[in-house]
Design a protein around this ligand. Sequence first.
Ligand code: GUN
Length: 284
Amino acid sequence: MAEIIDGKKISQEIKDEIRDKVEALKEDGIETTLAVILVGNDPASGVYVNNKKKACEYTGIKSLSYELPEDTKEEELLALIDQLNEDHSVDGILVQLPLPKQISEDRVIRRISPDKDVDGFHPESVGRLSIGERGFVSCTPAGIIELLKRSDVEIDGKDCVVIGRSNIVGKPMAMLLLRESGTVTVCHSHTKNLKEITRRADILVVAIGKPQMIDGSYVKEGATVIDVGIHRLEGKKLCGDCAYASCAEVAGKITPVPGGVGPMTIAMLMANTYQAALMHHGRI
Ligand code: GUN
């Protein structure tokens, strides 16, 4: 039976570490500040944004909250981003996605100054990651690397398989595993012989977006399975992209849903915001 990788516990450890570091900066007269922008009324986005603000409060990061109506024009949002880019008291800018359809996410992401891009979505951040330069890394894959390291899962030289090729998770995940000297394969909806490939993985990261698609027959004995998916089944129970019980019988270590990858995303947003404050004050 697999050992559970406890994302709730590890994310709490990270938030506690950040809280101490933010406090130390405060003692030097530096306040760490994150601007959080929510456009429209998407209920899930509202919950995510609230959780982000709560995490700011916990870690001592000042959060500035901007809640704009559903019919906000793209130019209005871009003007707000310009203003926050120029404001030296703001370290990080987060625009919650998805945005209403009249606004181009691509133009919004590109408008955020790369040195305040705590989501790591700007093409400059993505480019820096791919050439191994310091920059902001997308929070979910960065959180997965922390989960692996803090659970003593070695990446160096291991066969790592990522299922999913999104800009937010799959692609940056592959780059990060490569940076840690893993041997990385990326699978996606056009991949042939998926099972053949996943059964070779020492580390299997599943980010497909389909409930319970991966069962134990896709997993090598003793492998580490990281489940990025989150879905609500009928009857309201949450599940991931993996059939948990079946995978847990074969895996050596596994993340549960909920309480695995999910809590790490916000913890890494706090870590990125702290990193932004250090950069803006010439500390790194
Ligand atoms: N929507 C879903 N995930 C994310 C995220 O990581 N950042 C932002 N800004 N929006 C999201």
